[in-house]
Write a protein that binds this ligand. Structure first.
Ligand code: ADP
Length: 244
């Protein structure tokens, strides 16, 4: 199977459970929002899905390859945008992207072509020669997304990629990544605690206290909760009494 499949992932910090038998899958061309309040387990799931942590329980498959048994193959199909930015501020956008392309064994020419393509998809092709230090927060985040896409991954993971951005920049990035899913056919897992980043037509997984509380289309999750909209459904699904 292609895309991303997570099965039965479990994780504890010492004796503190953080993820309890979490399963989810994201198909190519699908935007899946992993929605959960702070402390739900989203970052833990990302650390497991990128092999920063290795779970002895459960499995992760990326574009058909098992992350723990065949890490080189599965990681080559993975792009990741972590919460903490790691751009070189004194290099230009293109220089940053070319550096990452070379880490993936791509030629300078190939990287430049792909950089132009991804920056266009993200609406910032006119910034390619700009020094990163001169970019605003929204453009820096878009650039990190372009960097994560440089090697044409099949699966893109983003851990709360809009943290610290103003509403306009948040909306622009959310729109761009949705457009990218349609244009590139990539499987996207987007972690957030903000319901307004979830769009009609997305796949949705609601995580709370390390467990999947609901999963399916946005419309199905709302209907299943018996509430009128996603904000009310999310509050209901993550209420303390539900978690107990
Ligand atoms: P989220 O990303 O959804 O905010 P996390 O994955 O960071 O959630 O955290 C899940 C749970 O694990 C929380 O209860 C958090 O306090 C706990 N946790 C996270 N990191 C550590 C750690 N390094 N040591 C102990 N507990 C942790």
């Amino acid at each position: 199977m292609t895309g991303l499949q997570i099965e039965d992932l479990t994780w504890r910090y010492g004796d503190k459970p953080a993820l309890d038998a979490v399963s989810l899958s994201v198909a190519p061309g699908e935007f899946c929002a992993l929605l959960g309040p702070n402390g739900a387990g989203k970052s833990t799931l990302f650390n497991l899905a990128t092999r920063l942590f290795e779970s002895s329980h459960g499995s992760v498959r990326i574009d058909g390859a098992d992350l723990y048994k065949n890490p080189a193959k599965s990681l080559s199909a993975l792009g990741v945008v972590f919460q903490q930015p790691t751009l070189d501020l004194d290099l230009s956008v293109l220089e940053n992207l070319r550096y990452f392309g070379s880490l993936h064994g791509m030629s300078g020419r190939e990287t430049t072509g792909r950089a132009e393509e991804t920056l266009r998809l993200l609406g910032m092709e006119d910034r390619i020669a700009e020094t990163v230090r001169r970019l605003n927060g929204g453009h820096r985040r878009r650039m990190e997304i372009a960097r994560a896409l440089i090697h044409r991954p099949k699966v893109l993971l983003l851990d709360e990629p809009t943290v610290g951005l103003d509403p306009a920049a948040r909306a622009a990035i959310t729109d761009h990544v949705h457009a990218l899913v349609r244009a590139d056919g990539i499987a996207v897992l987007w972690a957030t605690h903000l319901v307004d980043e979830v769009r009609s037509g997305d796949r949705l997984v609601v995580l709370h206290r390390g467990r999947v509380r609901a999963a399916g289309s946005v419309e199905d999750v709302i209907a299943g909760s018996g509430k009128a909209d996603l904000a009310s459904a999310f509050l209901h699904l993550t209420a303390e009494d539900v978690a107990a």
